[in-house]
Design a protein around this ligand. Structure first.
Ligand code: PEP
Ligand code: MG
Length: 568
């Protein structure tokens, strides 16, 4: 009988493979390491930074040659964390406290990791893993530790999973991911999501029951994991695996088909991304562009504001990969709850209601202007749009729009090429914005409804609080009314409305949104086929009838239940 472990299934699918434990413990190596003279150790550490950066560069080129752009992108982010001049300075300083090169390196990256960990935002907390990953990579080089050989398909498991473990493995080698921590926005989970790798999180100490090389089965839907399954137990999954393969093959047939209802009403299905590399994965699922590039990812893991030129390269790459489809770049959504070392926010009682997102951008021209210029320049290489987060009133939009015009003037006077044809819109993610959409629609080019925050602010329910998650429902009638109002306001003014919150990936929600007149749904790319399938099975009239019925209902749970029982 297998060892049974239960976690939370976050990316569905059955995975069969052998366990590969991530997160090697270096303690015994450190104890046995004999440091030389301090000056020698300092030199060793400095040389290791150079050598590891070179090795990373080689791996990056290798991945690029094989077309594995996503892996290349992650390793490039890690390479930047190695060559960052601030790091070598801090390592040099650390030698005032310690004598050994690997310890100095580990301490410096650990300190940065702890800084990220102290952040309230789950995503940024997840970046601590990247820091530790890079520190370990350099320490392993100094300690002479080699990586294990891998045969066959693996299920990567760890209390925390270093992104380089996943990035360093060929895509077809990873069957599944098991994470001890409960985070759904850990980098490892984000990569797994863009690649549709079955994933279970939150197994806690369950990881201790696994050993390298153990055969295992994982169900990313139910969260069940079987370690060392018997032949019989293995067989019981055959039917599910067969169905999964059939579904995958069926979804592949949908890739190039439009998201059109039976009577021809069409919606654009596009992707949410965090880096240009994600566009490649998204294209594989038939995405028709990008509806949300979370640009704060470009600002993270750096010791200073990324320069216009560096940002330009990232945005240009994303825009180009969209092949003429629209790439909506959201200006940085950073603030009290997701601080960066180079942005002083100060202590806040309610960071989610604090100095953040567009509020910072409007005050800090030194941050906002290079970003706007970089996006406008990237627009020359395809079709780009600028989107402002957390807007609550017309004045904010107008002020931000004025900054866009100023950025254009500055670019013109600097003789830099830019696109004059970049749409400018807003996220509708505060109730104030949603209520004001009839007015806002006169000014913006588009709305994108951010339901992750809109639900949170409308219902006064923290989006990350498990204790009250039963209240967090995008079908709540109050939320649905704000969404309907937003879409209708846009259409009335001849503008377009899309959605980039998680609700957009719910096929049942798609029926309602379609009937409300939405033009674009943006989601993590592997959800695209499911949503497309639903849209292709209904008529506009059916959708309209369902919406009418739903708008008469008084309770979110009732609506959810009703939609889940529809036979479409
Ligand atoms: C949202 O709020 O719905 C959204 C897409 O933005 P984020 O999840 O980055 O806050
Ligand atoms: Mg948001």
């Amino acid at each position: 009988m297998a060892e049974k472990i239960k976690g939370k299934g976050v990316i569905s699918g059955i995975a069969v493979g052998t366990i590969l434990l991530a997160g090697q413990n270096l303690d015994s190596f450190i104890v046995n390491y004999k440091p030389g003279k301090k000056a020698d150790e300092k030199k060793k550490a400095a040389d290791a930074l150079v050598k590891v950066a070179e090795n990373l560069q080689k791996s990056i080129e290798d991945f690029q040659e094989k077309g594995l752009k996503e892996q290349a992108g992650i390793l490039e982010a890690h390479r930047l964390l190695v060559v960052d001049p601030g790091v070598s300075e801090k390592i040099e300083e650390e030698f005032e406290k310690v004598d050994s090169a690997p310890v100095a390196v580990l301490n410096v990256y650990e300190a940065s990791a702890q800084m990220f960990e102290a952040m309230e935002d789950e995503y940024f907390r997840g970046r601590a893993v990247d820091m530790r990953d890079v520190g370990k990579r350099i320490a392993k080089y100094l300690l002479g530790i080699k990586e294990p050989e891998i045969a066959g398909k693996v299920i990567v498991a760890g209390k925390e999973i270093e992104p380089s473990v996943i990035a360093g493995l060929p895509t077809d080698k990873i069957a599944g991911v098991i994470l001890g921590a409960g985070s759904t926005t850990a980098h490892a989970v984000i990569i797994a999501k863009t690649r549709a790798i079955p994933t279970v999180v939150g197994v806690g100490d369950g990881i201790d029951q696994m050993a390298n090389g153990d055969p295992a089965i994982l169900d990313g839907g139910t969260g069940e994991i079987l370690i060392r399954p018997s032949a019989e137990e293995r067989k019981s999954y055959d039917e599910k695996i067969k169905k999964q393969e059939e579904l995958k093959a069926y979804y592949a047939t949908l890739k190039t088909l439009p998201a059109k209802t039976l009577d021809g009403a069409e919606v654009d299905l596009v992707a949410n991304i965090g880096s240009p590399a994600d566009v490649d994965a998204a294209n594989g699922f038939g995405a028709q562009g990008v509806g949300l590039f979370r640009s704060e990812f470009v600002f993270m893991g750096k010791s200073d504001v990324p320069k216009e030129e560096d940002q330009f390269k990232e945005y240009k790459a994303a825009v180009e990969k969209c092949n003429g489809n629209l790439c909506v770049i959201r200006t940085m959504d950073i603030g009290g709850d997701k601080p960066l070392p180079y942005i002083q926010v100060g202590e806040e009682e309610n960071p989610f209601l604090g100095y953040r997102a567009i509020r910072i951008s409007l005050k800090r021209e030194d941050l906002f202007m290079p970003q706007l210029k970089a996006i406008l320049r990237a627009g020359k290489f395809g079709k780009a749009a600028i989107m402002f987060p957390m807007v609550i009133n017309v004045q904010e939009f107008l002020a931000a729009k004025e900054m866009v015009e100023k950025a254009k003037r500055e670019l013109a006077s600097e003789g830099k090429d830019y696109s004059d044809d970049v749409q400018v819109g807003i996220m509708v993610e505060t109730p104030a914005a949603a209520v004001m959409t009839p007015i806002l629609a006169k000014y913006v080019d588009f709305f994108s409804i951010g339901t992750n925050d809109l639900v949170q602010y409308t219902l006064a329910v923290d989006r990350g609080n498990a204790q009250i998650s039963y209240l967090y429902n995008h079908f709540n009638p109050a939320v649905l009314r704000l969404i309907k109002r937003t879409i209708e306001s846009a259409n009335k003014e001849g503008k377009w409305a899309g959605m980039c919150g998680e609700m957009a990936s719910d096929p049942n929600a798609a029926i309602l949104l379609l009937a409300m007149g939405i033009k674009e749904l943006s989601m993590s790319a592997p959800s695209i086929p499911r949503v497309k399938e639903k849209i292709r099975k209904i008529t506009s009239l059916q959708a309209k009838e369902i919406l009418d019925k739903v708008m008469e209902m008084e309770d979110g749970d009732e609506i959810k239940e009703y939609l889940s029982k529809l036979e479409i």
